[in-house]
Structure formats: structure tokens, C-alpha cells
Design a protein around this ligand. Structure first.
Ligand code: NOJ
Length: 595
């Protein structure tokens, strides 16, 4: 490890995160360097040139810690090490150096709401007596009912079912029962917002707070540029653990809850203020991005106040239907809520938790719910691909940062027909198979070749989740150099984002537009038009305006349905005329690249 880990060609700009495009790497599915069928850091290091060429500004690496993988690595058994499946700390150091050397920032996941049930702390809690400091690190309580046989309250788990599991009964050790330590304490219950293998930590315990300060410093000192805070609203709970009235729908709908005692509790912000002070005192000023599915933009805004986290994923935007009104509403609500606190938005279309955009937009229900799946609904892949490409140009033209999930730049669809026996997501088991879970968006990346493993692993190796044969036409190799491929659209968009100064500012203004059309300017010369109406729309602009990028071939001077275009006024600026009627012009304009 070098003395100062942040010395690559990443520059010293401490506000890089305000407009950065980050690429999510789900390490088990990105690239397999050692040929065992699981992705790893060696594989990721070998693919850094691909990411640099793609034009993203950095990586978010999903959990790389030791873990029994009961929840895809979000069940951490050691916060200060690397899972042997992925490599070693030395590999992580090398990755950080090499990423920085090619100009890529690196943020990693911080899973602070819970540990694995194999974490030494939970093991110690199991062995310790009720009321002990070891048990105080978790949320462990006596049950209700005569023999404590009922859970302490009615809280539910995000993965379905109740949020409590019972510990075995315990021999009394201190003779409190008057029988010289021979009595039994009925088994207590522990809280798990997610799977039973993920016991919730007690953030009201000072020891937990202090231990995590050390974890944050450990990674900041190694040179990570930031942390993605998993399940951020879950960290604080109302101390009395009261029941919650979930209303008619007993599902984990944190996007509609208000006043919930185990989610988005105000005390959570004290933790983030503490972390912000810690990060601001570190060289390089590492940043935080919150995963926070809360009730609307106003509740989300609280997480990104100037003394808290820097940014938060924009789930209302991700979940919006492919509908101009809904997209526009999500954009407006986000910008309006974040402006008073001066935080930029992050725009997100996919992650390791979501149905891939190609599949979401290619089915009848184009809106989505966090963790939900659409398996069973018919998917029109061609339609979904067309829309997902338009959505990418919309997302990358909005002010703020953006996150691209690995494989979305290839237009991969979700794999909805994985055989039951390979499914690993706890959502599948905990819903008794009624929900297939998130494995369909975690199928390993197709890099090259015409058959699985498509360059993900060495030939002949079977990846941990099977890839569909149909991905032969979607590999990086197949799309490379193809002018009209999804990969090429992403590459051009990311290149233009760096070249067009207005895209690194907060400038944004809607232009008048026909129904079903999104039309906005970023500064005087850049304009993005997205057609979500049912008919082609005329691109009305002066002669000096160039089409610099389109998600699909234009139809003369018309933007086809489910397509997006980026325009640049090469004249004196301000030359975009307001739209006229949608008459077809006699003369076509062909899409062209700006050199
Ligand atoms: C959010 C993560 O993105 C998801 O994959 C995980 O299952 C939960 N948090 C629990 O850690």
C-alpha cells in the first residue's frame, strides 16, 4: 500500500460527486479472474480499461466483504476484510490504485444496519446473557405472551414475514432466578429488518457507533472515495419499539409510510451528521450516497442536508412509469425538494435490486416497486430496449449525478426464467416462491464469444448463475464498434457529457412541448427531447442546431416514438425555436455526430 492512496490521475476536485456518472459493479457477476465461476477483484481489475473507455467517472462496488452470502453479500461477517471469493485486501488496494490511475473514483457499500448472523458480535450476543453488553449491540428483547412465545411487536421484514426471530432458551448464569444459575431464561427475540441471517444492529449503543467510526476510517485511509449507505433509513428505531399500523396492505411499503417506528426515524440523522464530520476531516473528503426508499422527495431531502450525506439514490425516478407526465413529475419533485438544501440529484435506472430497464419498460406495467419482480408478465424486449435507450439519454441529460448498473449499458434484459434450483435471493424463499426475487438482474456479464460463459469466466467454466444463449448478440464484443448498438449510445452519451460544459452545471429549464414529450434545455445550447407520446414529433430547431446523439434513427426531421435526442446549437446559442405544429417537413435531417 502506498502512503497516500489518492494519488492517481483522479483530480483534486472535491465536488466531483455533484455531476459524476457512477457505474455499479456487482462483483460476483462482473468478471471472473480466477476461473471459479464467481466474479472477483482480479476480473474487475482486468476490465478497468473497459470502464475507463465507457466514460464513467467512477465505480460503486456492491459488498465485497466476507459473508456467507445469505443476502448476496449484504450479510457481512467482517467489515474490515475482503471475501476470499473476491480476493484479498491487497487486491482491493491494487484495484483502488489502478482505478485512480485511469481516472475512476471508487465508492464501496457500507452495510451498517445489520451484520451477518455469523459475525463475531452476534455469536457473542448468543452466548451472553440477556441484558449483557454483547446483546445490547443488537436489538434483542423478551417476547410477549406467557412464555415469551410471541414476538416483541408486529414489525415486518422487507423480505416478507415478521421481522423477529427467536433465540434458543438460555441457562441462567447469574442465579437471578434464585436457583443458583440452574434456571432457564426463555429465548429472547432479535430484530432483522431483512433476512433472519441479518440481525439489526442497535445504533443507540455507543459501542456500535464507535466501532463503525473505525470501519469508516479504515476504508477512507485505504483510499475509497466514498460509501454507499445501505438501507440508510433503517439505522434508527423508536426506542420503545411500538407496534405500527401498516393499514390495509401489510407489505414493506416504506415509500408510503409516515411515522413508522423502524424506518426513517428522525434520530437516524444524528448518525449521518457524525459520519459527515468524520468524512470531512479525512484527506480527499470522501462522500456518501444514501440508499433511502422513503415517502417522497421531501423526506429524502432530509438525508442530504448540508451537514449530512452528500447524495441519495432517486428511487421515485427509477420507479416511475414510462409516461411523460410521471417522468416529468418525478424530475420536478426531485429538483424542487433538493434545491433548498443545495444537493444534486442522482438519477438511477437500475441496480442489483431492480428489474432491468429493458424488461421493465417492455412490459405492460412500466412502473416498478423496490425489490419487486415482474416475472410472469410478458416482455417485449425490442420495445423495452428502445425505451431503455431513450431513458438512458434522458437520465444522462438531467442535472446532477447518475448511476448505471453493470449490463444496462449493453441493454441486457432481466433473466426471468432462471430455474428455481439456482435462485439464491432470500426473497424467493421468504415469499414461499411467490416472488422470484432479484437473481434475474444479477446474471453474470456477457463479454465476448458466442456461447456461455461469454468471456465472464474461462471457457468451460459454469458461472454461478446461468446466462441465456440469446445474450450472444449482446456481448461487449458483439456491440463494440456497432454504431447503432446500445453500448455505442452509452459511450457517446458519456463522452458528450464530458465535452458539453452545460452538462456539468445545474442549469435546467423545461421548454414548451407537445403532450407526451419531454423537452428541456441545459444552458443556452444543449437540449434534450424525449418522445413518449404515441406519434412521431417534429424536432423544431434552427439550422445551426445539430443532432449530436439520438437513441434511434430519426425519421426525417421527426423524433420517433419512444426515442430521445440530444441537440446542440452550434450557432450563437439560444437558437432553439418553440415547437410548431407536428407537420412533416419536406426535407429530412439525418442524425450526425458532432466532431
Ligand atoms: C439494499 C441492498 O441493495 C439489497 O441488495 C439488500 O438486500 C438490502 N439492502 C439489505 O441489506
Amino acid at each position: 500500500m502506498t502512503d497516500s492512496r489518492n494519488e492517481g490521475v483522479v483530480n483534486e476536485d472535491i465536488s466531483w460527486w455533484r455531476h459524476a456518472v457512477m457505474y455499479e459493479v456487482y462483483p460476483r457477476s462482473f468478471a471472473d479472474g480466477n476461473g471459479d465461476g464467481d466474479g472477483d477483484l482480479a476480473g474487475l481489475r482486468a476490465r478497468l480499461p473497459y470502464l475507463a473507455e465507457l466514460g464513467v467517472d467512477g465505480l460503486w462496488i456492491a459488498p465485497w466483504y466476507p459473508s456467507p452470502m445469505a443476502d448476496g453479500g449484504y450479510d457481512v461477517s467482517d467489515f474490515l476484510a475482503i471475501h476470499p471469493m473476491f480476493g484479498t485486501l491487497a487486491d482491493a488496494d491494487a484495484l483502488l490504485d489502478e482505478a485512480h490511475a485511469v481516472g475512476l473514483r471508487v465508492i464501496i457499500d457500507m452495510v451498517a444496519n445489520h451484520t451477518s448472523d455469523t459475525h463475531p458480535w452476534f455469536d457473542a450476543a448468543l452466548r451472553a446473557a440477556p441484558g449483557s453488553p454483547q446483546r445490547a449491540r443488537y436489538i434483542i428483547r423478551d417476547g410477549r405472551g406467557e412464555d415469551g412465545e410471541l414476538p416483541p411487536n408486529n414489525w415486518i421484514s422487507a423480505f416478507g414475514g415478521g421481522a423477529w426471530s427467536r433465540l434458543p432458551a438460555q441457562k441462567e448464569r447469574d442465579g437471578q432466578d434464585g436457583q443458583d444459575g440452574q434456571g432457564e431464561h426463555p429465548g429472547q427475540w432479535y430484530l432483522h429488518t431483512f433476512a433472519p441471517e441479518q440481525p439489526d444492529l442497535n445504533w443507540a449503543d455507543p459501542e456500535v457507533l464507535e466501532a463503525f467510526d473505525g470501519v469508516l476510517r479504515f476504508w477512507f485511509e485505504r483510499g475509497v472515495d466514498g460509501l454507499r449507505i445501505d438501507a440508510a433509513p433503517a439505522l434508527a428505531k423508536v426506542a420503545a419499539l411500538p407496534d405500527f399500523d401498516y393499514g390495509e396492505d401489510p407489505r414493506f411499503l416504506s415509500n408510503i409510510w409516515l411515522g413508522n417506528p423502524h424506518w426513517d426515524v428522525d434520530a437516524v440523522h444524528d448518525i449521518f451528521r457524525r459520519w459527515r464530520r468524520l468524512a470531512d476531516a479525512c484527506p480527499g473528503r470522501p462522500i456518501f450516497v444514501a440508499e433511502a426508499v422513503v415517502n417522497g422527495a421531501e423526506r429524502l431531502m432530509r438525508y442530504v442536508r448540508p451537514d449530512e450525506l452528500h447524495t441519495a439514490f432517486n428511487f421515485p425516478y427509477l420507479q416511475s412509469a414510462w409516461d411523460a407526465g410521471r417522468q416529468r413529475h418525478a424530475i420536478d419533485a426531485t429538483l424542487a425538494a433538493l434545491a433548498p438544501v443545495g444537493a444534486p440529484s442522482t438519477w438511477v435506472l437500475g441496480s442489483h435490486d431492480e428489474v432491468r430497464p429493458v424488461s421493465r419498460y417492455g412490459r405492460a406495467t412500466t412502473s416498478s416497486e423496490h425489490f419487486a419482480d415482474g416475472a410472469g408478465e410478458g416482455v417485449d424486449v425490442a420495445l423495452g430496449t428502445r425505451r431503455a435507450r431513450a431513458a438512458a439519454l434522458l437520465m444522462l441529460a438531467l442535472p446532477g449525478g447518475a448511476y448505471i448498473y453493470q449490463g444496462d449499458e449493453l441493454g441486457l434484459p432481466n433473466v426471468d426464467d432462471l430455474p428455481d434450483e439456482v435462485l439464491q435471493d432470500p426473497v424467493f424463499r421468504r415469499s414461499d416462491g411467490t416472488m422470484r426475487g432479484r437473481d434475474g438482474c444479477r446474471v453474470p456479464m456477457p463479454w465476448s464469444g458466442t456461447a456461455p460463459p461469454f468471456g465472464f469466466s474461462a471457457d468451460g467454466v459454469t458461472p454461478w448463475l446461468p446466462q441465456p444463449e440469446s445474450w450472444a448478440v449482446l456481448t461487449v464484443q458483439a456491440q463494440d464498434g456497432q454504431e447503432d448498438s446500445t453500448l455505442s449510445v452509452y459511450r457517446k452519451a458519456l463522452k458528450l457529457r464530458h465535452e458539453i460544459p452545460a452538462l456539468a452545471t445545474d442549469a435546467f429549464a423545461w421548454r414548451p412541448s407537445a403532450p407526451g414529450v419531454l423537452d428541456f434545455q441545459r444552458g443556452p445550447v444543449f437540449r434534450c427531447v424525449v418522445n413518449i407520446s404515441g406519434e412521431p414529433v417534429e424536432l423544431d430547431c434552427d439550422d445551426a442546431a445539430d443532432v449530436v446523439l439520438a437513441s434511434t434513427d430519426l425519421d426525417g426531421g421527426f423524433l420517433p416514438v419512444d426515442a430521445a435526442v440530444w441537440l446542440l446549437d452550434g450557432g450563437v446559442g439560444g437558437g432553439f425555436r418553440p415547437p410548431r405544429s407536428l407537420e412533416r417537413p419536406a426535407q429530412s435531417i439525418a442524425p450526425k455526430e458532432r466532431s
